[in-house]
Design a binder for this molecule. Structure first.
Ligand code: MEV
Length: 288
């Protein structure tokens, strides 16, 4: 059995597709994969796997000889890196069961193949943070990607599910429609500056400031057109109830909101009472 974590993005979703820096955290929820040997055509036992997903899985799993099953502690398709965690755990599990050695770079390459199948034009952020299992500063370059692990402690983060799902490829395509405009370019520059401020606040361990900057990031994501009314309501309610900060995380168009603060249990109760799925997750620290 092999586990790979999901992720939340503190800053840089969408702008990362255009070469700007992003910061993501690995979390203590993810996907477990179990592969077993089997005489016959390979198949998957998990209901989360539809035809499209199976085609992506088959880029890694041979036509014959294996059963594959997945268990997820992540909401699927909600911006928490479920496809990346599935890709990373599957690649590791297939290497394990076939007694193949898999370098870290090899793992990133295989997971990128699967993620490209899922999302069309992924930046690589999601599977890199999942493979690393810790916080990362990530940037796409003209020749590939650059990333570096960041020292980020284990902290609680409240997740509230907006109740709808956004498609990463659709949202990336939606943003691309405006990529040539001056407004878009100016938002990109602001997002880049913001990512650097968040990087500094992380170094200072100033979580209140990180929260405030996350809220600012949410405003930029709103301007990019990837938020929804429900997501904005969740963000506003969290702030009104004293959260340090809140933002959508992932591609948007639905999915989850991440909330930072020191009264997360109370906030969680509020959202659950108001009919939302909400749970507290924890970032992985380098010492976990
Ligand atoms: C999705 O988790 C993050 C996006 O920036 C897409 C990507 O990085 O590939 C929206």
């Amino acid at each position: 059995m092999t586990f790979a974590p999901g992720k939340i993005i503190l800053t840089g979703e969408h702008s990362v597709v255009y070469g700007k820096p992003a910061i993501a955290l690995a979390i203590n929820r993810g996907i477990e994969t179990i592969a077993t040997r089997f005489e016959g055509p390979s198949y998957c036992t998990s209901p989360i796997v539809d035809e499209h997903l199976w085609k992506a899985i088959r880029t890694i799993v041979p036509e014959n000889g294996f059963t594959i099953s997945f268990t997820s502690s992540l909401p699927i398709g909600k911006g928490m890196g479920s496809s990346a965690a599935l890709s990373v755990s599957l690649c590791r599990e297939m290497a394990r069961i076939q007694s193949q050695s898999l370098s870290f770079e090899g793992l990133l390459d295989q997971a990128m193949t699967m993620e490209t199948f899922f999302h069309g034009r992924p930046s690589g952020l999601d599977h890199t943070v999942s493979a690393l299992g810790k916080a990362v500063l990530f940037q796409r370059t003209t020749t590939g990607t650059e990333w570096k692990p960041i020292d980020f402690p284990a902290i609680d983060i409240l997740i509230v599910d907006s109740g709808t799902t956004g498609s990463t490829s659709d949202m990336v395509a939606k943003v691309a429609l405006h990529a040539d405009t001056a407004k878009f370019q100016s938002i990109l520059v602001k997002m880049e500056t913001l990512s650097m401020k968040i990087r500094k606040a992380i170094a200072m361990k100033d979580f209140k400031r990180i929260g405030q900057l996350c809220t600012q990031n949410h405003q930029y994501l709103k301007q990019l057109g990837v938020s929804t009314t429900t997501i904005n309501d969740i963000v506003d309610s969290a702030l009104a109830l004293g959260a340090w900060g809140a933002k959508l995380s992932g591609s948007g168009g639905g999915g989850i909101v991440i909330i930072l603060g020191d009264n997360l249990s109370l906030l969680k109760e509020y959202f659950v009472e108001n009919g939302y799925d909400a749970f507290i997750t924890r970032s992985f620290s380098p010492t976990d």
